[in-house]
Design a binder for this molecule. Sequence first.
Ligand code: SAH
Length: 403
Amino acid sequence: MCYAIPGKVAEISGRVATVDYFGEKRKAYIDLIEDLRIGDNVYAQGGFVIRKIGEEEAKEVLDTWRELFFKLQEQDKKLANNPQSLFERANAIRQKHQGNSCCVHGIIEFSNYCSCNCLYCGIRRDNKDLTRYRMEIPEILAAVGEAVSLGFQALVLQSGEDPYYDDDKFEAIVKEIRARHPVLLFMSIGERSIKAYQRMYNAGARGVLLRFETSNPEVYEKMKPKSPPAPIFQSGGLETRLNLIRTLRELGYLIVTGFLIGLPGQKSADVMKDIKTTASLGAEMFSFGPFVPHTATPLANTPTTDLSKMLKIIARTRIMNPEAKILVTTALETLYGLDGASEALMAGANSLMINVTPKKYRRLYDIYPKRFGSEMETMEHIEKVINLLQSLGRAPTDLNVQT
Ligand code: SAH
């Protein structure tokens, strides 16, 4: 199974290739691939060519996709026709600007140790009841290999802020993964130094998932106490985090960022500012989700956000950002299931993540309870997502590359 359609390199100009997908032309950076030529068949993800494949393999995949590709596009167009309501308008904008492509990234949560003490988060340092785990490099590599064999082309490596993994370890992890697998790698490891991120970039990582959590500095201060962290972490306030995200973008990373909805003290105006802040950070993907209370945190009794409010925020985000990739977060799926995900996809969203953490650890990555997918076999999860996408006329691809 594949989560992307291969294209053919039609043109190369400097660092950028033009890739042709059934007649649709997209641009992608070529610096992750050696020796690329016009006529090569390639996979691209997030605006990077990540893999070259042979003519035979390309033909096989394209033969299965050719008919379905146009059928799905038709279905998507039909569903986006004649928009009236807020959600329908958002969906029509998504359809017009982003087409039916839907990013499906895999996420591997490799450690639940965390030196931060965020009030909302179940893996916070002070949650002494949680069984902690961390995966060694060979185990991480095995998990990546498993995900790649299932067809994932873009993977997020996520953890708490765990000092066990120093800069050398991270560089080694990225280097090894890139040497073995043609995947687009996103790091989601919190506030490391610019130097550490530069080394991971040089080793082949190209994305960062780092939410700013809230653009309201007072709420941020309350939610993320400046507990004494290990010296390798920067531990400033909101501005430090925002500046780190800005610098990472300047380094060339694709940025996935966003915020939590429903934090105590957060106002509606804050959410509008959160959307604008995400855009101003140049996010290639917006990642915002409902806060879900966890009993082992100080926010155990804080209520969560209802689905209709979430959908309205997604729709507004889409209307304000026609070109964005907007993620249906696991938190939304946890609260509202795949039906909720389906509604989100029909209100402007166009990306999903699938948890590919080894199953024995999934429940322990307990940022909030009963996370969607943690009890499901990965294959079952993939099938459910693919069926959902296809019922809506979406293709699990990453065609909308940007330069
Ligand atoms: N250490 C990494 C990863 C943190 S966990 C980092 O700092 O980026 C990933 C995300 O989970 C957080 O950014 C936060 O937005 C989200 N999260 C944590 N607790 C949550 C909760 N109770 N409900 C919903 N989302 C939560």
